[in-house]
Each structure stands twice: as structure tokens, then as C-alpha cells.
Design a protein around this ligand. Structure first.
Ligand SMILES: Nc1nc2c(ncn2[C@@H]2O[C@H](COP(=O)(O)OP(=O)(O)OP(=O)(O)O)[C@@H](O)[C@H]2O)c(=O)[nH]1
Ligand SMILES: [Mg+2]
Length: 289
């Protein structure tokens, strides 16, 4: 792993409007009220950005995606969270980290799923003083060139989701069955969990550090699709302000998908269980959290 960043390293800055609503390209979906100032929530500066890229067998993809992140948001740092990929992704990431002091690598023992890799990456980022933690896939589905828009929106939010299913969001080359699965999973979760987010399984997200600290991530045990649903639901329940920004999602061109029947089944059952227990708690007047 390359050295941790220094405390005075540059922060993400942008000249764009403070509120994404002023830019007209984001849909505000949840509201929170605690620190309001004249009806308008006050947000602190973003701090340094860490883009976390979980990898399992992404040797062909990792270099181009890291390069695109570094070009799109030069101040940002990158953390590759690799689960000891048999194809040597971790070694390629180490080579990049030697060449570029903004790139770090978290080597994990073995394949434990996307959720566990992100949680380890979040903890690493918070311990090393980053103010913004970004989730992004290695396969090019999430375009680094769209990251500045997410970060600008985060100036007026606690969590920003790069969304396929809000006006302006697009998918490119995605098979119809994947689209139906993704839309269906979002609708199912939205109804069962009462989460007002259009793309609740999206994996392109920017969190303020304080959001991760406040949503109880230590209790998160879910993986895959379900990890993303779990995190979004927790953020909404904790009262955080979540914004969806439209993005273009591009089907991977190289390497294999890790999406499996198990990941879909896990999401189906966990969401059903959460939905039933949260409704029962509401009916019984218990604390819904
Ligand atoms: N560290 C780690 N990364 C993983 C694991 N499973 C998937 N990933 C990474 O998580 C990201 C998303 O995985 P994908 O296989 O693209 O899954 P997906 O985007 O939900 O599915 P597709 O749309 O089919 O690509 C990629 O960067 C993967 O390499 C895992 O067990 N450990
Ligand atoms: Mg993918």
C-alpha cells in the first residue's frame, strides 16, 4: 500500500452552484432537518475525496479506470479494494500505486463480496482522514467523467446517487433482462421499504464521511445489490438528505460480471424481511430503526 495522504493535500473544489437544485440536473429525494439555517440546511466543506474501487478479476479494467478517475478529478485519491483476485488485479494496482501517490491498494485475503470490500474501504478512508467516500465499479459502467457532477451535488447533500432511473439517466448496451431486473429490484425495494429513491441498487455513489458514520454501517451484513439497498435505506431512515443525479450507465466491455442468482435471491429475501419487520414495528408503535 502506498503511503497515506498528507493532511494538507488539496481538497475537491468546484465552481459550480452550491445547490444541485440550482443546476437543474438532480432530483432531491429526501430531506433532513436538524441543522437548518433559515429553512436551508448548512453543509460543511467536502474534504478530500477517496474513490473506492472494489475489484475481483478486473486486471484488464483497473488501469484504464484509475487513469480516467485521475484525469476527471485530479485532486481525488483512489483506493483499490482487491479480494486477492486470481488474475493478478492486485499486482497491477500495486504497480499503479508505485507510479502515482494518489493511488492506494487495500489487499484483502479472499473473495468476500462487494459489500465487505466497500465497508473495509470506507473504514480505511475514514481512518485516513478523507471527507468524501465514493463507490465506483472497475468495469467502466460508472463513468469517472460524471463524478464531478456527483461531487458538486454532494455540496448540498449527505449522499448522492448516480441514477439510471431519474429523468436524464441512461443505460448503454444493457440487455433488456438486466434492465428489467434492475428496475424491478428498485421498485420492489421502494414499495416494501418506503424508500423514495428511483435507483436504489445503484453502485455509483458519493457519501460524506459523516453520513457513513451516522448510518450504522457496522451493522451492515448484506452484499451485492442488497448492500446498496441496505445503505440507501439506512441513510433515509437516519434522515439524511439523499439526491439522485442522472448518469449514463455503460455495460462492461471486458471481464466477467460477478452478478449471480445468489445475489438476487439475497436481496429478495432480505428486503422482504426488512419490509415486513419495519411495517410490524410501525403498527406496534416501536422505534422503526
Ligand atoms: N473486492 C471485491 N470486489 C468485487 C466482488 N464482487 C464484485 N466486485 C467488484 O464490484 C464491482 C461490480 O461488480 P460487477 O461484476 O460489475 O457487478 P455488477 O456491476 O453488479 O454486474 P454487471 O452489471 O453484470 O457488471 C466490480 O468492480 C467488481 O470487480 C468481491 O467479492 N470482492
Ligand atoms: Mg458491473
Amino acid at each position: 500500500m502506498s503511503d497515506a495522504r498528507e493532511a494538507d493535500e488539496p481538497r475537491h473544489t468546484s465552481d459550480a452552484a452550491d445547490s444541485p437544485r440550482e443546476q437543474g440536473d438532480a432530483a432531491a429525494v429526501t430531506e433532513r432537518n436538524p441543522d437548518q439555517d433559515g429553512g436551508r440546511r448548512k453543509y460543511g466543506p467536502l474534504g478530500t475525496v477517496l474513490v473506492i474501487i472494489p475489484t475481483y478479476n478486473e486486471a484488464e479494467n483497473i488501469r484504464p479506470i484509475v487513469e480516467r478517475v485521475r484525469e476527471s478529478v485530479p485532486e481525488a485519491h483512489v483506493l483499490v479494494a482487491d479480494d486477492n483476485s486470481p488474475d493478478g488485479t492486485g499486482k497491477v494496482a500495486d504497480e499503479i500505486a508505485v507510479e502515482d501517490d494518489h493511488v492506494h491498494v487495500l489487499h484483502r485475503k479472499g473473495k468476500e463480496g462487494l459489500g465487505a470490500a466497500y465497508l473495509a474501504g470506507f473504514r480505511w478512508g475514514i481512518e485516513h482522514g478523507y471527507g468524501v467516500l465514493v463507490e465506483m465499479d472497475a468495469d467502466g459502467s460508472h463513468q469517472p467523467e460524471e463524478l464531478p457532477r456527483l461531487l458538486t451535488a454532494l455540496k448540498g447533500a449527505d449522499l448522492v446517487i448516480g441514477s439510471r432511473w431519474v429523468p436524464g439517466g441512461r443505460i448503454v448496451n444493457w440487455p433488456k433482462r438486466r434492465e428489467y431486473l434492475s428496475r424491478g429490484a428498485s421498485t420492489y425495494s421502494r414499495i416494501l421499504l418506503d424508500v423514495p429513491i428511483r435507483d436504489v441498487t445503484a453502485g455509483f455513489r458519493a457519501f460524506r464521511k459523516e453520513t457513513l458514520e451516522g448510518l450504522g454501517m457496522d451493522a451492515v451484513a448484506s452484499q451485492g445489490y442488497c448492500f446498496q439497498i441496505d445503505m440507501a435505506w439506512r441513510a433515509v431512515k437516519a434522515g439524511f438528505h439523499v439526491i439522485e443525479v442522472p448518469v449514463t450507465f455503460v455495460e462492461r466491455e471486458r471481464g466477467d460480471s460477478k452478478m449471480s442468482r445468489d445475489i438476487v435471491t439475497e436481496a429478495f429475501w432480505r428486503v422482504a424481511t426488512w419490509g415486513v419487520s419495519s411495517r410490524a414495528n410501525k403498527l406496534l408503535g416501536r422505534d422503526p430503526s
